[in-house]
Design a protein around this ligand. Sequence first.
Ligand code: IFM
Length: 756
Amino acid sequence: MKKLWSLSTTEHGGDKESIMRRGNVYQVANGYMGYRGTLDEFGPDEAVGITLAGVFDRVGDAWREPVNAPNGGFTRVALDGVELSALGDDVVRHRQTLHFADARFERTTVFRRGGKTLTLTSSRFLSAVTPNLGVIAVSVTCDQPGEIAIRTGIDGNIWDLNGPHLPELAHTREGDVLLTAGRTHESGKHVVVAELSSAEWAGGQAADSADNRNLRVLTVRAEAGQTYRFFKYFAVFTDNDRVDGALGEAAISAVRTAHALGYDECLAQHAAEWRRKWERCDVLIEGDDEAQHALRYSVLQLLMVAPVAGSANSIPARALSGQVYKGAIFWDTEMFMFPFFLHAYPEKAVELLRYRIRTLDGARRKAKTEGAGYRGAFYAWESQDTGDDACSYFNVGDPFTGRELRTHFRDKQVHISGDVAIAMWEYFKLTGDDSLLLEGGAEVILECARFYHSYLYYKKDKDRYEVLDVIGPDEYHERVNNNAFTNMVARETFLIAQAAVAHLRKKHPAALSALVKKLRLARELPAFAEAARKLYVPKPARKTGLIEQFDGYFALKDVPVAEVKAKMVHPHEYLGAGQGLAVPTQVIKQADVVMMLNLFKSRFSADIKRANWEYYEPRTEHGSSLSACAYALVATEFGNLDFAYKYFLKTAKIDLEAKYKVYAGTVFMGGSHPAANGGAWMTAIFGFAGVQADARRLAINPRLYRTWRRLQFRLSYRGDWFRVELTPDRANVVAEKTNRRARSPHRRPAQKSRAR
Ligand code: IFM
């Protein structure tokens, strides 16, 4: 049904925040860049942004952030000398739609001006075939004769949070192509945008390069009721692109090639590529349109921002929706987005991991320089292109005083390295492909283990290792000791390091000796085994089954979340850091112990999961978009499907309903939420479908939500593909014909979840 494949709104104006929000929700992206869902005539005041993946810049002392390209999609239409805008008073009707099937943004706005009605439509996509390319079709129709002037081309007025990153743009013209070029402030990286517009009608084109814009004016003496169409092709190239010759030439050639193909053919190729993506990755939910729509939107977001093949880029916490959170990559990627790619699009999972391999040196530098200085790899809490940490020591502003608050996200959230190692190993376990290990993945794992080994504290009287002075996933309690999640992740890293060594020893002994030699690790390796054995991990209490989040957590004030929030004096007040209201209490920001129960689900019984879920859930503020899905996932494990469903929907609709925090203290956090998108997918597939995979088997233990009549999806497992179709009374798993060892269809009655 069409409405399950699109998102529409008739809103076109409103306050800055709603315009910002629509920019996030209606963005299109292709992994190379993201184009916010803003309208053709908008400029920096309406937060137009073409955010480039993997291109970063810093101006002065401000935060380093991704670079937004000059806007090659700019168009303004004037009727009888008066420019029209959806923000003006002349709008009769407006509708904008994001088409999921081909990741395309469309708008239709009807204006009434001087007794004439003009309809403006445009259709925009970022090519899934040619990552540097954006294509737009624009049409105007007036019900009466009129003079129409269209200013279209490249807008060099760029919306930045901490710019300008391209301070001096050069606007030139090469024949029919407009070219705007700049260099980044910090490292002088070239960014070039070419644009070519072609009108279907014959008419004049005048150049117009005032106001830092590189435009042409297309004019037409419009006849009543006649539609005038033109097509825009723009291409962005930067020094990150590996091109032969000059970037400008590459950009010009890209738009000319696209123009020669024409809009329809560019769209046809793009749409065919999207059909292939959906064929692989769509999840069908029958019986619940709300869930279907929200989940499909979530999958669309993940597919749009997945890194381009060969880029070794990753996905920032706000994806490509702008510069918020410095365009940085957090643990969000490995823990919340990676599972989707691993199971549904392994080629993209590889890029995400290659990014961590590529930035290993940055993690090494961080380990050396952070705190007392450590060995191995301490991955950046907020990672950009080099892997050095973009997270500042004062990452939140106090809304009362405007002062910066010391936070320890950067120096104490040490679980990040283990999160990376776990993802690296998951890839090997679930695909059986050890090439990434050889490409640097094993080095990443060993360096992460080495980092933990140098971070551990040996407690002599207890003859055990402890992990002191950390922040777990719950960021409201800083500098705590023995956070269960962190300790578990650290221990897992040691175990994985040993398993990786064992695998290499068996299959690639020469590569192992070269690696051990390169890392000078021979004498440390036995210590990893000892660390795994003696590393203390808080256990469930015998009577209650409760796992203490960190040493002393249960002794904190036990007050309801509402009581803490009622004390807030400022709506943006941050509840953590030194003086935060949550600090002396058991109120936590996001799933922490519950996140651990989810990550290591096979190691805890349903009773333990239930006991901890019931304890921690009422104490969780869910102040992070990563929280609700962790609770949803664990709830499916012990059979609270109603709660799981509620949190599943909350996660899947986070951007659609805009129910998220926009400020942490004074820091603006708005943007899209790809980790929640991944969390929604995980809840559907691991939660309601009950998929669980390890190196030996792929198991399915369905526990469909009661209104769901069918849940259908494809999964990749150890190089093969399977179609899974679940109904309330059946589970069909069919091996695809193209699998290496084609299997016969396997049918069995659905097993009721043991937890129900
Ligand atoms: O990584 C998260 C963190 O867990 C909570 N604050 C926001 C970050 C980015 O999403």
